[in-house]
Design a binder for this molecule. Structure first.
Ligand code: SAM
Length: 248
C-alpha cells in the first residue's frame, strides 16, 4: 500500500518549504489540499505539478474512505493545508484517523506552525503550554471560554483573526487581569512581522489605538497564572466567574 505524508507548508515565507517537503510533494500521486487554488499557486513557485484533491471540513468525512481506498491500491498521497502544519486548527484529522485505522502508514514532514513559531519568540514560559486554537466568535461564548482558563498555570496560546484581535485582547485583559504578561505575534515570517509584549491591558490599548497593529494574522500568548499571589486572585476571579454564570 501507499502512504499518507502530512506535509507542513510555509506560514508566510516561501523559503520555509523544506527541501524534503518539496521532494515529497513532487513524488506523490496526488495532494489533498484545503484550497486547491492556493496550493496550486504555492506549488507553482517550486515548479511542482501534481493532481490536487480538495479536502476541507465539509467533505472530509465523505472523502476519507475513498482516499483510504486509493492508498490501499498503492497510491501515495500528501496532505497539506493553506499554511503551516495540517490538523493544527486545520482539516485532516479524520483522514489521518481513517488511514491509521486501515493500518496504513502516515508519516509527517514537519515544518512551520504559527503556534510554535510564536512560542519560540515570545519569551514566556514554554516548558508547558496549552493551545486553545480560535476562541468562539460571539462575545459571550468567548468570555466564558476565557473565564474557564483563569486559573490555568500553563502558558496559553490562541489564534485570532484581524477583525477580532482588539476585542479579544480587551476581553482577555478584563478576564485575566490587565497586568498578566502577554505577547501578540503578528504576521510571523512576513514583511510586517511584529512581536509585541507587555501586560495585557497595555497590549489591548496599543492594538486598539493603532490600526496597523490590527492587520494580518495573529497568535496571542498569555502567561499562565503564577505560583505567587496571583494564584489566589485567579481563584477569586474563577469563583466569581462561576457565580456570575450561575446567576445568568
Ligand atoms: N495550520 C496552521 C499552523 O500550523 O499554524 C494554522 C491554521 S489557522 C486556520 C490560521 C491561523 O494561524 C491564523 O488565523 C493566525 O491566527 C495563525 N497564523 C497563521 N500564519 C500566521 C503568521 N504568519 N503569523 C501569525 N499568525 C499566523
Amino acid at each position: 500500500p501507499g502512504q499518507l505524508h502530512v506535509v507542513a507548508t510555509p506560514i508566510g515565507n516561501l523559503g520555509d518549504l523544506s527541501p524534503r517537503a518539496q521532494a515529497v510533494l513532487r513524488g506523490v500521486d496526488a495532494i489533498c489540499a484545503e484550497d486547491t487554488r492556493h496550493t496550486r499557486q504555492l506549488l507553482g513557485h517550486f515548479g511542482i505539478e501534481r493532481p490536487l484533491v480538495a479536502l476541507h471540513e465539509h467533505n472530509e468525512d465523505g472523502l476519507a474512505a475513498r482516499l483510504v481506498e486509493r492508498l490501499q491500491a498503492g497510491e501515495s498521497l500528501a496532505l497539506v493545508s493553506d499554511a503551516g502544519t495540517p490538523l493544527v486548527s486545520d482539516p485532516g484529522y479524520r483522514l489521518v484517523r481513517a488511514a491509521r485505522a486501515a493500518g496504513l502508514r502516515v508519516s509527517p514532514v514537519p515544518g512551520p506552525s504559527a503556534l510554535i513559531a510564536a512560542l519560540s519568540v515570545a519569551g514566556l514560559p514554554s516548558d508547558r503550554f496549552v493551545f486553545e486554537g480560535f476562541l468562539p466568535a460571539k462575545a459571550g461564548a468567548r468570555r466564558e471560554r476565557l473565564q474557564a482558563l483563569i486559573a490555568e498555570p500553563r502558558t496559553l496560546l490562541f489564534y485570532e483573526a484581524s477583525h477580532r484581535i482588539a476585542e479579544m485582547l480587551a476581553d482577555a485583559a478584563e478576564v485575566f487581569g490587565g497586568d498578566r504578561p502577554a505577547v501578540v505575534a503578528r504576521e510571523l515570517t512576513k514583511l510586517f512581522e511584529t512581536v509585541l509584549d507587555g501586560p495585557l491591558a497595555a497590549l489591548a490599548a496599543r492594538v486598539a489605538a493603532e490600526a496597523d497593529q490590527r492587520k494580518g494574522e495573529f497568535v496571542v500568548i498569555v502567561e499562565g497564572v503564577g505560583e505567587n499571589a496571583d494564584a489566589r486572585l485567579a481563584d477569586g476571579r474563577r469563583v466569581y466567574a462561576l457565580l456570575a454564570r450561575e446567576m445568568k
